[in-house]
Design a protein around this ligand. Structure first.
Ligand SMILES: [Mn+2]
Length: 501
């Protein structure tokens, strides 16, 4: 069979032996959903997944009188069979007497009659079990979660994506933890369902963190710490799939309805939970299989909303550390001109709940987040070369993006990390020759390379050890390039200053 879409990631590992018609259909659905909806449509709704739990989980016993649970599934642009499988998996794997209801929150997606028929069919056997809330326009992830929460009536709410499958015993460990402490917000471990062949890959129970751009990340920890995870699964943040005491979640302000579309809302919740009297844990015995899409359905480029949401979180919660979010998004510290919406109510909430300062969170909860205290300037570094020809001057500009200059005299190029388990790349004068190099900063430090630079805004960039300067010169083929040479008086500017220097 010939492959119609040799460049489509859907067909890299999957799809041999499909007819051309089937390939067309599969690719079309993949473009819409970001996962293999064609295959999903063929798999049984109650497919059995491998048990990815640690053996220690299987031996655990839970009390009979656990709190009841409302499961909220939020969705936009979701394949019908995927939603049905999520519903079916929750019914199959949640004890009947604990499962009060399943609430579908349709963020203006409209699957219409086929989904309604499925809901009616379930409700005929279990009256009132599945409820549907529908937005009449797309309101985003945060509002969807709020809508689901507002309609829930059980003791506990579990807020999940709709492209998940609940697995055996997923609910009891979460409910048990919340029963013991109503201020704990818990997250299951998500196993990865591959977007192409929908097989499940076991994930290790990492805790959830984020970087200063407010993107969520898994916290990479060493082997020793992983073992500790079993006993101390404290997590700085949540990744959007979590369970919480319904009333407690309301008391601390639910979700921030001022966050738009997608991104940052889970980080905001994580920070707020910790600062305002709660805590977050990843519960290793609770496992949810979650499809990781190849592309998100919200918008082609999520950066503008992500940036807006990140700046909003920064303004409300980050105190003196909010500058790090500005640095991460390369916006100026003053007048960034991004509309972050009305933040007055959320600031009042912070007052009312007497939430702790962000510094406490950095010192007690998220200690691996670097604080960038030594930052002096960031953004594009530009140098100008003026050349005098017979009767006129030409000006050549060279710009280096994603630069950072700090009080240690390091010039970091190509982005800056928020965590010490990644490393930055530093500009180095190799000492001889005329080409500057980039080296991993910790390595450069260890090997005592010439990585420290004197620089003042509008002046030369001069290496402290060699006294040579970073300059621009015309190289072979008349291209202008960065070189290191005896200082000839060229000057540089960095786009944004943290303090003037
Ligand atoms: Mn998801």
């Amino acid at each position: 069979m010939s492959k119609l879409y040799p460049n489509s990631v859907l067909f890299t590992k999957w799809g041999d032996g499909l007819t051309e018609q089937e390939q067309k259909e599969a690719e079309g659905l993949f473009q819409i959903y970001g996962y293999n909806a064609f295959l999903s449509n063929q798999l049984p709704l109650d497919r059995k997944l491998q048990d990815t739990r640690d053996t220690r989980c299987l031996a655990k016993k839970y009390p009979k009188d656990l709190p009841s649970i409302s499961v909220i599934l939020i969705y936009i642009n979701e394949a019908l069979s995927v939603i049905k499988r999520a519903i079916q998996s929750i019914i199959t794997h949640t004890p009947k007497k604990l499962l009060k209801e399943i609430i579908l929150v349709d963020d203006y997606n409209d699957l219409g009659k086929p989904l309604q028929d499925y809901i009616d069919q379930i409700n005929k056997e279990m009256p009132g079990l599945v409820k549907k809330v529908r937005h009449m326009q797309q309101m985003g992830l945060s509002q969807s979660r709020i809508s689901g929460w507002a309609h829930a009536t059980a003791d506990v709410v579990a807020i999940l994506d709709a492209h998940i499958e609940a697995t055996e015993g997923w609910a009891e460990p979460l409910l048990d933890r919340i029963k013991a402490d109503r201020t704990v917000v818990v997250s299951p471990v998500f196993d990865k369902v591959h977007f192409d062949d929908l097989h499940v890959e076991r994930y290790i129970p990492f805790s959830h963190g984020f970087d200063w751009a407010m993107w969520c990340t898994y916290e990479i920890v060493g082997k020793k710490k992983q073992l500790m995870c079993w006993f101390l699964p404290r997590s700085p943040s949540v990744m959007g799939i979590f369970a919480a005491d319904r009333a407690f979640l309301g008391e601390i302000g639910g979700l921030d309805g001022g966050m738009t579309v997608y991104g940052g809302e889970n980080v905001e919740l994580g920070i707020r939970v910790w600062l305002c009297g709660g805590s977050i844990e990843v519960v290793p015995c609770s496992r949810i299989a979650h499809i990781e899409r190849a592309h998100k359905p919200y918008a082609p480029d999520l950066s503008p909303t992500m940036r807006r949401n990140a700046l909003r979180v920064a303004d409300i919660w980050l105190d003196e550390y909010k500058k790090n979010v500005f640095i991460a998004w390369n916006v100026p510290l003053e007048d960034h001109m991004v509309d972050i919406g009305d933040v007055s109510q959320r600031k009042e909430l912070r007052e009312k709940l007497k939430c702790k300062p962000f510094k406490w969170y950095l010192e007690n909860v998220y200690t691996s987040l670097l604080t960038w205290d030594n930052m002096l300037g960031y953004g594009v570094v530009s140098g100008f070369l003026f050349l005098l020809f017979e009767h006129f001057v030409t000006r050549t500009k060279i710009s280096i993006r994603h630069c950072y200059y700090n009080t240690d005299g390091e010039i970091i190029i190509g982005g800056i990390t928020s965590h010490n388990y990644n490393s930055d790349r530093c500009l180095v004068d190799p000492g001889s020759g005329s080409s500057p190099t980039l080296q991993e900063c910790p390595l450069a430090k260890m090997n005592e390379l010439h990585m420290h630079w004197d620089f003042k805004q509008g002046q030369a960039i001069m290496n402290k050890a060699t006294n040579r300067c970073l300059e621009i010169a015309q190289g072979a083929n008349f291209y202008y390039e960065l070189i290191i040479q005896q200082c000839s008086g060229q000057s540089w500017r960095i786009e944004h200053l943290v303090t003037s220097f």
